[in-house]
Design a protein around this ligand. Structure first.
Ligand code: FPP
Ligand code: MG
Length: 336
C-alpha cells in the first residue's frame, strides 16, 4: 500500500484542508452508497478498488475548482463522485486490457474475480455514474459525454498504435491527452460549473485540467518504469511488457544510437525484443531508468507542469489557487 500521505493533508490553509477532507469523505460515502446492489458479488467487486483507497485526485480537483464559486452548492459532491466513478470504472477495464495483477496495493478486480466480473463491475460503476450525472443537468451531461468519448477513443488509439507514417510522439501525446487529460479536465470544469463560477473560470479549469492531466499521465508512465511497487501500489514495467512505448522509449528511439555506449546498445536490443523473459524485462527497466532519454522525459513532464501553473496564475488569488499551484509540482514528481 502507498505510504506517502494523501496530498490534501499537506494543504497549509487549515480551513481549506478541513473542507477538502470533509468533501472527500462525503464523496466516498456517496460512492459507496451508490454502488450498493442486492447482488453481493457485483457489490463486492464494484467496491473493491474503492475500498482499497486511491488518491481521489480527480474528486479533489472538482472540490478545489468549486472553491472559485459556491463551494457549498449541493451538486459539488455529486459532480466529484461522478468523475471518480468514471475513473474507477475505466481502471476496471484498463486492468483487464493490461492484464494487471496489482493496483492500489491489492489484487486487481480481474486478478481476484476474472475478466468477466471486472468488466461487468466496471460497467456497473459507469451506470451508477450516469445515474448521478442525470441529476446534474444538461450542461454537465454534455461535458461528460465528450470527455467519455475522448477517454474511450484515447484508450483505443493507444491499442491501435501510430498509423503508418504518423509521428509516434505526436500519437503518444494525443493518447495521453485523450485518455487522461479529458477526465481531469472534466473534473475541474464540472467543479467550477456546478459551483456557478464565472464562465472564464470554467474555461480556465478546462485548460488547466487538460494540461495537469497530461502531467499526471506522463508522470504515471515514468513511474511505470522507475516506480517502487511498495509506494505506487502497482506492478512496475507493465507498459514495457505490453509493448506500449511511452515517452522515455519514444525519446530514446528518436536519439541516434551511441555505438560507444554498451548500455545504450544493449537497451536497444532488449527493446526490440519481446521482453517476456523476467530477466530481460528487469534489465531493460534498469537501463532505461539510467538512460539520458529518461531524464529528457522527466524534463518534458516538468515543462508541462510549468504550463499548467501558468494557467493557474490567471485565476483569482485565494487559498485554493495556492493548492493548485502546488498540485502541478506534486503531479509531476509523484511517487504514487
Ligand atoms: C490508465 O492508463 C487508463 C486510462 C487512463 C483510461 C482507460 C480507459 C478505458 C479502459 C476505456 C473504458 C472506459 C470506461 C469509462 C469504462 P495506464 O494503463 O497507463 O495507467 P495505469 O498505470 O494506472 O494502469
Ligand atoms: Mg494500466
Amino acid at each position: 500500500m502507498t505510504t506517502a500521505p494523501p496530498y490534501w493533508h499537506t494543504i497549509r490553509h487549515r480551513k481549506l484542508r478541513t473542507r477538502i477532507a470533509e468533501g472527500l469523505a462525503a464523496v466516498d460515502a456517496m460512492m459507496f452508497d451508490s454502488s450498493k446492489t442486492e447482488q453481493p458479488l457485483l457489490a463486492t467487486s464494484a467496491q473493491h478498488l474503492l475500498a482499497a483507497g486511491g488518491k481521489r485526485f480527480r474528486a479533489a480537483l472538482t472540490l478545489l475548482a468549486a472553491q472559485f464559486g459556491d463551494a457549498e452548492a449541493p451538486a459539488v459532491i455529486k459532480a466529484a463522485a461522478v468523475v471518480e466513478f468514471i475513473h474507477v470504472a475505466s481502471l476496471h477495464h484498463d486492468d483487464v486490457m493490461d492484464q494487471a495483477h496489482v493496483r492500489r496495493g491489492v489484487p486487481t478486480v480481474n486478478a481476484r474475480w476474472g475478466n468477466r466480473i471486472a468488466v461487468r463491475s466496471g460497467d456497473f460503476l459507469l451506470a451508477r455514474s450516469a445515474q448521478l450525472t442525470a441529476e446534474l443537468g444538461a450542461e454537465v451531461i454534455r461535458a461528460q459525454r465528450s470527455a467519455l468519448t475522448r477517454l474511450v477513443q484515447g484508450q483505443a488509439l493507444e491499442l491501435q498504435g501510430p498509423r503508418p507514417g504518423e509521428d509516434p510522439l505526436t500519437h503518444y501525446l494525443k493518447v495521453v491527452s485523450d485518455k487522461t487529460g479529458s477526465l481531469i479536465a472534466l473534473a475541474g470544469r464540472t467543479g467550477a460549473m456546478v459551483a456557478g463560477a464565472h464562465p472564464d473560470i470554467v474555461e480556465a479549469f478546462d485548460t488547466f485540467g487538460e494540461t495537469l492531466g497530461r502531467v499526471f499521465q506522463l508522470a504515471d508512465d515514468l513511474l511505470d518504469i522507475s516506480g517502487n511497487p511498495a509506494s505506487s501500489g502497482k506492478t512496475a514495467g507493465t507498459d514495457l511488457r505490453q509493448g506500449v512505448d511511452t515517452l522515455p522509449v519514444l525519446l530514446l528511439r528518436a536519439l541516434p544510437p551511441d555505438p560507444h555506449d554498451p548500455a545504450d546498445s544493449r537497451l536497444r536490443v532488449l527493446l526490440d525484443g519481446s521482453l517476456h523473459n523476467d530477466h530481460d524485462h528487469q534489465e531493460a527497466l534498469e537501463l532505461l531508468c539510467n538512460h539520458a532519454a529518461f531524464q529528457q522525459a522527466r524534463e518534458y513532464t516538468t515543462r508541462e507542469a510549468i504550463k499548467a501553473r501558468q494557467v493557474v496564475m490567471e485565476l483569482p488569488r485565494c487559498p485554493a489557487r495556492t493548492v493548485l499551484l502546488d498540485l502541478c509540482q506534486t503531479a509531476a514528481t509523484r511517487i504514487a
